[in-house]
Write a protein that binds this ligand. Structure first.
Ligand code: C5P
Length: 228
């Protein structure tokens, strides 16, 4: 991987703010971005819409291999799959639930591993997910493990959904977040865990700007040029 473009990984549990941080770093450095959770969400949404069993490895693998995926950071983050804008659709309840189910399947992960590596292009890549630093880009220049207490993560999600005008309950969100944490941390293949060489950043009680500042300081320490 000597000449491969550099990668910054942001891993952590649901609602820790990975997406926001990854986007801020990608914009700052003008690098490419990979929101790996979106890929699991696309596959999950597809399984739900087309009534595929989440255990039908061959069918899901075909979905992974055939999709054309484009991420953009400007003017706002969006995701286009096979020419269709799925930015909002993959955030729905079913896509969220099915994403965690297909993410347990070894064959789906193996097929997605290949697709995720394709995003590593010059001048660099910021990748967020659960196993970016441990499995997909083990040679990343910087690995950030972004955490926050479950209470804080549920509260953030609550505020975000309320702001969108959705009628949600904080206890329900807390419960489903705990379930997703357990699924992500306890699954046999690529569980969520802290890479030994990662910079652990607990965002509980920090503002977004404080988190970004700490992450950029860590990037500078790794020798990455951050000019403005
Ligand atoms: O990050 P996000 O919540 O969008 O991810 C959706 C689901 O996809 C997660 O709950 C997790 O089960 C799965 N996922 C994963 N590995 C990744 C990214 C996401 O297993 N690298």
């Amino acid at each position: 991987m000597g000449n491969a473009p550099p990668v910054i990984c942001v891993d952590g549990p649901s609602g820790s703010g990975k997406g926001t941080l990854a986007l801020a770093i990608a914009r700052k450095l003008d690098w490419n971005i990979l929101d790996s959770g979106s890929l699991y969400r696309i596959v999950g949404l597809h399984a739900y819409l087309f009534d595929l069993s989440v255990e039908d490895d061959e069918a899901l693998k075909q979905v992974v291999e055939s999709m054309d995926i484009q991420f953009a950071t400007e003017p706002s983050p969006n995701l286009v799959v096979n020419g269709k804008d799925l930015t909002e659709a993959i955030r729905g309840e079913e896509a969220t639930r099915y994403a965690s189910l297909v993410a347990k399947r070894e064959k789906v992960r193996a097929a997605l591993l290949i697709r995720q590596k394709e995003f590593r292009k010059p001048p660099g890549l910021v990748a967020d997910g659960r196993d970016m630093g441990t499995v997909v880009f083990p040679d990343a220049k910087l690995k950030i493990y972004l955490d926050a207490s479950p209470e804080e993560r549920a509260r953030r999600r609550y505020v975000e959904l309320k702001d969108k005008g959705l009628n949600v309950s904080l206890p329900d969100l807390f419960q489903s977040l705990k379930e997703r944490d357990a699924q992500d941390k306890n699954r046999r293949v690529s569980p969520l865990k802290v890479a030994p060489d990662s910079f652990v950043l607990d965002s509980t009680g920090l503002s977004i700007d404080e988190v970004i500042e700490k992450a950029l300081a860590a990037a500078k320490q790794k020798g990455l040029q951050i000019t403005n």
